[in-house]
Design a protein. Structure first.
Length: 133
C-alpha cells in the first residue's frame, strides 16, 4: 500500500514544482485531482464481491459511479466463469461472473478484482448444482 501512496506524493510534488516554475496555480490543482480517484478506487475494491448460497448468489460490483447489487437465482444461471487479465495476474486478482437466462439475449454479471480462489469457487458452485430430473 506504500507504493501507490508514494506515487501520489511524487505526482503532487511534481505538479507543485511545475506550478512554481511556470507560475500556473492550476497545475497544483491537477495534482490534487488524484486524491478523489484513489479514494474511489479503494472503495470500489472493498465493496466488490460475490456471496454464494445454496440456491442463489449476490453479485456486488461497481460501474463508473454507481454500485450495483444483483440477486441471481441458481437455476437461471447458464454459465459461470473466472478469468484474469495480465494486470490482474500481476496483482494476484481475478474476475468472476455469471451468464443468466434473461430476456432474448441473456445478461452477464461480473465482479472485478476478486481473490482468485473466490473467483474459482463461483465456477465450482455452478458445477456442483444438481441436474433437474
Amino acid at each position: 500500500w506504500l507504493k501507490p501512496l508514494l506515487a501520489l506524493a511524487l505526482a503532487f510534488a511534481l505538479s507543485g514544482v511545475a506550478a512554481l516554475v511556470w507560475e500556473q496555480p492550476l497545475l497544483l490543482l491537477g495534482g490534487l485531482l488524484w486524491l478523489p480517484g484513489v479514494a474511489l478506487a479503494g472503495r470500489r475494491f472493498r465493496e466488490t464481491g460475490i456471496l454464494l448460497a445454496p440456491e442463489h448468489a449476490l453479485v456486488r460490483s461497481w460501474s463508473g459511479w454507481t454500485r450495483t447489487s444483483t440477486y441471481v437465482i441458481r437455476r437461471r444461471v447458464q454459465a459461470a466463469w473466472a478469468s484474469s487479465s495480465w494486470f490482474q495476474r500481476r496483482r494476484d486478482l481475478a474476475t468472476a461472473g455469471f451468464s443468466v437466462a434473461s430476456g432474448a439475449t441473456g445478461q452477464d454479471y461480473a465482479a472485478l478484482d476478486l481473490d482468485p480462489l473466490q473467483a474459482h469457487r463461483v465456477v465450482a458452485w455452478l458445477a456442483a448444482r444438481p441436474e433437474p430430473a
